[in-house]
Design a protein around this ligand. Structure first.
Ligand code: UT7
Length: 349
């Protein structure tokens, strides 16, 4: 497993300086789904912990949500400019070009480095590691890391295995160069992958492989296909493993963890991982009931919501863990800094 050490850049760490979260106001409740699918509010709540998910309005998508969340993170940090924008997404507005340059442009950030990163639900942690690398190598002094995904456009509305799970949203964190020992410094980011399991979560059509085959794909091949039960087992095992690696590299004990922020894939997965790690479940942060699984947006949105609601407080030691298609996975540590998180959170009203 790759681990970016926080001391690899002459002492320059990536320090969290601002955080923002945004979800569209449109909601799809479990009852809405039960009206068209063979499912129920009771099944979805008990098997996933999800009560509703948000859906972006027609004509808006990943870029628009990334601009909203990114703007909130910049405001939260009080930063007028940044040196690079990374957008972690698997639902870019177009196959090409990347979404990040347009995000940077729409935020008025000038001619800066901007690129997308494809690690699906682990994308935000991969993005944080990238940002730490840019800062350590002095390519940048500040980086805006955004997770934004519009899974409503890739989920088959008639597939009861995926439609209840995924929702749209965006979250963003602004990191700046700082000291590895100061609050907000992102600790070692431990990342991994297992490409031999790529078929467990996939969209078969629309990529170069299918296009080069020259075949006409079935309509369902343009939608996400997930072998939920197998994915569930990997998600649990991989987040436990990477969390233990991240804790070891940070020099933390499990008992040091004040808050556990796991990718909001399924409430049962978060509980299972916390229990296996020995972290009391009440220390696990969660917003899955309100937003569902927002893929690349999941972790930064969770941080923004939790900090804005006072469930994640300055000085608390937080362990981050994520898992997604690829397969990909990762974990990282940070002491939560004194930042004013900004989250558009109509769903908490
Ligand atoms: O974010 C990226 C990574 N993604 C994940 O980590 C997702 C991981 N997987 C999961 O969260 C779960 O596997 C699901 C929520 C997708 C499915 O839950 P499950 O407990 O694994 O259900 P299952 O697929 O094993 O199905 C159990 C039963 C089956 O019925 P039988 O065969 O026991 O009669 C399914 O047909 O539940 C049935 N079922 C449903 N029933 C009502 C499956 N989906 C539904 C549904 N409503 N939506």
């Amino acid at each position: 497993m790759f681990a970016a050490r926080e001391d690899s850049g002459n002492g320059r760490a990536a320090v969290i300086a601002g955080v923002g979260g945004w979800v569209p106001s449109g909601t799809v409740t479990n009852h809405d789904l039960a009206a068209r699918l063979d499912t129920s509010d009771e099944w979805i709540r008990s098997r996933t912990g999800i009560g509703a998910r948000h859906v972006v309005e027609p004509g808006r998508a990943t870029c628009a949500m990334a601009v909203e969340a990114g703007g909130l993170a910049l405001k939260s940090a009080g930063f007028p400019t940044v040196d690079a924008v990374i957008v972690a997404t698997s639902t870019p507005d177009r196959v090409l070009p990347a979404t990040a340059p347009e995000v940077a442009s729409r935020l008025g950030l000038g001619r800066i480095a901007a690129y997308d990163l494809a690690a699906v639900c682990t994308g935000f942690l991969y993005g944080l590691a990238n940002a730490a690398g840019l800062i350590a190598t002095r390519a940048a002094d500040s980086v805006l890391v955004i997770g934004s995904d519009t899974f409503s456009t890739i989920v088959d509305p008639m597939d009861r295995g995926t439609a209840p799970i995924f929702g749209d949203g965006a979250g963003a964190v602004l990191v700046r160069a700082g000291d590895p020992d100061e609050p907000g410094a992102v600790g070692p980011v431990c990342l991994g992958s297992g490409g031999e399991w790529s078929e467990l979560i996939t969209i078969p059509a629309g990529g170069s492989r299918q296009r080069s085959e020259g075949t006409s794909p079935a309509a369902e091949d343009y939608f996400i296909q997930m072998q939920g039960r197998k994915v569930y087992r990997h998600a649990t095992d991989r987040m436990v493993e990477s969390s233990l690696t991240a804790l070891e590299r940070a020099g933390w004990q499990v008992g040091d963890v004040d808050r556990f922020a796991a990718h909001q894939a399924n409430a049962r997965i978060g509980v299972a991982v916390a229990e296996r790690l020995g972290i009391p479940v009440e220390r696990a942060l969660s917003n899955i009931e309100q937003v569902g699984n927002t893929s690349g947006a999941s972790l930064p949105l969770l941080l923004a919501d939790s900090a804005a609601a006072g469930r994640l407080r300055p000085g608390e030691k937080v362990l981050l863990a994520a898992f997604g298609a690829g397969l990909t996975w990762g974990a990282a540590t940070a002491v939560w800094p004194d930042v004013t998180a900004l989250s558009v959170h109509d769903y908490r009203a």
